[in-house]
Design a protein around this ligand. Structure first.
Ligand SMILES: NC(=O)c1ccc[n+]([C@@H]2O[C@H](COP(=O)([O-])OP(=O)(O)OC[C@H]3O[C@@H](n4cnc5c(N)ncnc54)[C@H](OP(=O)(O)O)[C@@H]3O)[C@@H](O)[C@H]2O)c1
Length: 330
């Protein structure tokens, strides 16, 4: 099959369209004929050699797929050949065929195209899991989302608007993306390059602070995140774009009864990811079915132009998701 192969680790040019063996589905797995996949920030880190796949998973990049059921492994009863599916994979998405666990797949609603579907699983499940299942965001609370123009956080703004319409959504973004995050639904948009987000959050919430912060900057933002957090607030750390280490103010943690929680989707046990996928299907998928929720697609690249797609993400020119069309690869 055609797949994106890596000639070493490094800049986007290490990725090329090449050949890889057709994967055989194991027990509980489904082989999907991939029609589209999409680029996630983690792929760019894996490409540089800094984020290896979990043990036993494909070395091929790609964390999500949309396509058609092609072959079933032993024990799979939920799917039949030819069905349109989308879902999380722990690797292997940048290829004509990929393996997914049956419980990690979702039926693509009729109203949704393969390219739209490829932009759904990773970022909307990440947003749903961390805001609602882990972060326990409740109606009427306030939430701070960093990098509101990115894949995860455009999804996060949208699902907050839909699931907790009374919440106060505060977002940081770079100057060029401020107006777009407001249009998408942010009640407060903070230019993180010009403004101090902790000061802005405190002012907007009448000194109360945010009940929940979804953070992927890590070390560089820990102190400011703690300052911006309300009494009883939760800080869910899902990424480390600003470094992995920082000093923590335990006094503030104690007095304000703050909780800091680390969360990573890719390496979760199969059964846990199945439970999360099921919750997502119940709670969020109906909105895609009605097209009252739609992924924001910045651009679709053919798989052969994967290097340009990664360069676009690393230049942060995108708003929403960058999709790779695999249908045209063969
Ligand atoms: N733990 C998990 O399970 C999990 C799952 C999925 C994703 N993630 C993580 O979530 C993060 C986002 O992933 P993605 O695919 O959505 O990437 P993305 O589309 O590239 O989004 C990244 C965003 O970060 C923003 N950003 C960069 N520096 C910033 C700063 N100092 N302050 C505020 N925002 C800043 C960028 O905003 P500008 O362009 O405006 O500068 C960009 O919109 C990554 O770190 C990824 O690894 C974690």
């Amino acid at each position: 099959m055609k797949a994106v192969v890596l000639n070493g680790f490094g800049a986007p040019a290490v990725m090329q369209l090449g050949e890889a063996p057709l994967p055989e589905p194991g027990r509980g797995q489904v082989r999907v004929r991939v029609m589209a996949t999409s680029v996630n920030r983690a792929d760019t880190v894996q490409r540089r050699g800094l984020y290896p796949p979990p043990a036993g998973e494909s070395e091929i990049l790609g964390l999500e797929v949309a396509g058609v059921v092609d072959a079933l492994g032993e024990g799979v009863k939920e799917w039949r050949g030819g069905e349109r599916v989308m879902g999380l994979v722990a690797g292997g998405g940048y290829a004509e065929y990929a393996l997914a666990y049956a419980g990690h797949l979702m039926a693509i609603p009729d109203a949704i195209t393969f390219e739209e579907a490829a932009a759904i699983p990773e970022v909307y499940i990440t947003a749903y899991l961390n805001l609602f299942m882990i972060g326990q965001l409740q109606a009427g609370q306030s939430v701070l989302l960093h990098g509101g123009g990115g894949g995860v956080n455009t999804a996060a703004i949208q699902i907050c608007r839909i699931l907790v319409p009374e919440s106060q959504i505060m977002v940081t973004a770079s100057t060029a993306k401020i107006e777009r995050v407001k249009t998408l639904g942010a009640h407060l948009a903070i230019d993180y390059r010009q403004q101090d987000f902790a000061t802005e959050v405190k002012a907007f919430t009448q000194e109360r602070g945010a009940d929940l912060i979804l953070d992927h900057i890590g070390g560089a933002y820990l102190a400011k995140n703690q300052a911006a957090l309300a009494v009883g607030g939760r800080l869910v750390v899902i990424g480390l774009m600003g470094g992995a280490t920082a000093e923590i103010n335990l006094g503030l943690l104690l007095v304000k009864r703050q909780r800091i929680i680390g969360s990573v989707l890719r390496a979760l046990p199969v059964a846990e990811k199945t439970a999360i996928t099921n919750a997502f299907v119940d709670r969020v998928l109906p909105h895609f079915r009605r097209r009252t929720l739609l992924p924001l697609i910045h651009k679709v690249y053919p798989l052969a132009e994967v290097a340009a797609a990664h360069a676009e993400m690393e230049a942060s020119r995108h708003f929403g998701k960058i999709v790779l069309s695999v249908a045209a690869a063969s």
